[in-house]
Each structure stands twice: as structure tokens, then as C-alpha cells.
Design a protein around this ligand. Structure first.
Ligand code: OGA
Ligand code: MN
Length: 312
């Protein structure tokens, strides 16, 4: 009897990219990610460069599988400063647990149930992250949604006078607090933003892979524009943040267990809503090491959104 089974080579696996009807974000429908081959990962990678943040639903991953997934997007980073020093030790140094769950009174992860302010991951390091991926294991019924904002678009639409005031300037990125407002282990509160510990990065950043410029803001608390008075720096930063976090630049994701979301920190900021302290939320995160941020005024001047997304 003839064997009826046909084996489809994995490179023929069909991947569907479904863009969100907003200025960034796409769902990638690709089946189980551990089964994807290099060709498929190239398409997924392209989708992130075009859409800035992607969602893949319905996954069941072990930690080693999540680590293997993350390695397709770059060298994994061990997040030396992610900890507040109060949470449990990590069994896999590549995985950071983002959770409010306590185990015998000890947090199993970081960021609690708090609002997580708009930020770009690890901007307070000399070499901030390129990609971050969150994999949802347990999520609350409501709350804890994560929003993403398109920083190419924020720059493209920046009023000319504001752009002129920040062109060529650098921003100091404070490393004292995490994005949930917790003091990091080994740091003391900041009295004057000019003395905050942390590296400086260009406010307009050239994306090393796409060549387009994006606004690069990090996080608002304790930020300082080098060379200005504190008052002028505060005024410009408030205007930049008001502009950059407008709902018209954002996409919000309501999580389901089994979701993976990956975003590009070089052109996206993200924010998490708080959630009920009695609910459980457990995410496992991997992250890729990035470059020193640079600004090349001669790089591409056009619109990333129009070039990558055409009709959107
Ligand atoms: C992060 C983060 C948001 C969230 O892991 O970098 O900001 O939704 N998390 O938990
Ligand atoms: Mn983050």
C-alpha cells in the first residue's frame, strides 16, 4: 500500500503577516515557533523591521525554546541591571521573569503590578538593547495591557521648532530607577538630574538596520538634555514626551497566555497598564544586545512608515 503521508518541507511553511490598522504592529501567523526554519525566521525578522512590534499567538514554549527563539534576533543579553535585588535568583540567566507573583513572600520577577511608564528598554546602558521579547505564561483577565509607540513617526511629525531645538543634542539616561519606579540595587535617589548616573545618547537616533531616523527618549524621570539649563531641558522634554506618547502613534496589546510579543527598542517605546494586585501575571522575557546609539545626519531622510508600510 502506498503511504499517503506527504511531508511538507519546513521551508514551505506559510507565514502570514497581518498588519494592525494602526501606526505599528502586526500579527505573525506561523504555527509553533520551535518548528520554524531559517527562511521563516528571515521573514519574521523582516516583519519586525517593517512593523516595529509583532505578535505571535498560541505558543507553548519551554524556557530553552524561548531562548532559542530569541537567538534568531541577535546575541542574547543577560540584563545585569534588571534586578532590584529583591527577587529570586534566575535559573536561566538569559530569562528575566516579569511578574507580580510571590513565592513564600519573595517576588519571582520584576515590575510588580505597577504601571510601567513609557520607556525604551535599557536605554540607561552604553549599549541599549535592540530587541526584547515577552512570552505570556499567565495573564490577568483585565489590566496589564502593553502599549507600543512608533518613534519614527513621532520624529517625522515633530514640530519643526522642536526638532531644531533637539537636533544634534544628547540626552542623559538615568539608571537609578526601573520603569516601575523601583530603586535599583546599589543606587541612591537622584537630587539633581544633571548628576544622575547614566550614559548620554543622541535624541535623534539613526536606526542601524533600516537607516531611518527615530526619536530616542528612554524614560522621562531624571532625564536631562546635556548643555541646557535644567529649566530649559525640562520644558523641551515635557514637549517631546507630550508629542511622542500621543495615542495616534500607539498600538495597545491585550495579552492572552501563549502570546509572544517582540519589539525593536531602537524605534519603539512601550508602556504597561497597572493591574489588580490580586491577579497573577507571569511573563518570561529574553532580550538582544544592541549597539551604541548613533546619529548620522546624512542617513535616510524619508518616512519609514511610508517606505515600509506603503498604504498604511
Ligand atoms: C519589559 C516591560 C511590560 C509588560 O519587560 O521590558 O516593560 O507588559 N514589560 O510587562
Ligand atoms: Mn520594558
Amino acid at each position: 500500500m502506498q503511504d499517503q503521508t506527504t511531508i511538507t518541507p519546513s521551508s514551505a511553511r506559510s507565514i502570514q503577516i497581518v498588519p494592525a490598522q494602526v501606526p505599528l504592529g502586526a500579527e505573525v501567523r506561523c504555527g509553533d515557533v520551535p518548528a520554524l526554519d531559517e527562511t521563516a525566521f528571515r521573514e519574521v525578522y523582516r516583519a519586525i523591521l517593517d512593523h516595529l512590534v509583532i505578535l505571535i499567538r498560541g505558543q507553548t514554549l519551554t524556557d530553552p525554546e524561548l531562548i532559542a527563539f530569541g537567538r534568531h534576533f541577535g546575541q542574547l543579553d543577560f540584563a545585569p541591571l534588571a534586578r532590584t535585588g529583591k527577587e529570586k535568583a534566575r535559573p536561566h540567566p538569559e530569562i528575566i521573569v516579569v511578574s507580580n507573583v510571590l513565592d513564600n513572600g519573595v517576588p519571582i520577577g520584576v515590575l510588580r503590578d505597577a504601571e510601567v511608564v513609557w520607556h525604551s528598554d535599557n536605554s540607561y546602558r552604553e549599549k541599549p538593547l535592540s530587541y526584547s521579547a515577552l512570552y505570556a505564561l499567565e495573564v490577568p483577565a483585565t489590566g496589564g495591557d502593553t502599549g507600543f509607540a512608533n518613534m519614527y513617526l513621532a520624529l517625522e511629525t515633530l514640530p519643526a521648532d522642536l526638532r531644531h531645538r533637539v537636533e544634534g543634542r544628547t540626552l542623559k539616561h538615568d539608571m537609578t530607577y526601573n520603569s516601575a519606579g523601583d530603586l535599583r540595587a546599589g543606587f541612591t535617589p537622584v537630587a539633581d538630574v544633571r548628576d544622575a548616573p547614566g550614559p548620554s545618547h543622541p535624541i535623534i537616533r539613526t536606526h542601524p538596520e533600516t537607516g531611518y531616523h527615530a526619536l530616542y527618549l528612554g524614560r522621562r524621570p531624571n532625564a536631562y538634555i546635556n548643555g541646557l539649563s535644567v529649566a530649559e531641558s525640562e520644558e523641551i522634554l515635557d514637549a517631546l514626551w507630550r508629542h511622542a506618547t500621543q495615542p495616534r502613534f500607539t498600538w495597545h496589546h491585550q495579552w492572552r497566555a501563549g502570546d509572544i510579543v517582540i519589539w525593536d527598542n531602537r524605534c519603539v517605546m512601550h508602556h504597561r497598564e497597572p493591574f489588580d494586585a490580586g491577579a497573577r501575571r507571569i511573563m518570561h522575557r529574553v532580550q538582544c544586545a544592541g549597539d551604541v546609539p548613533r546619529y548620522d545626519p546624512a542617513a535616510k531622510r524619508g518616512s519609514h512608515a511610508r517606505a515600509a508600510l506603503g498604504s498604511r
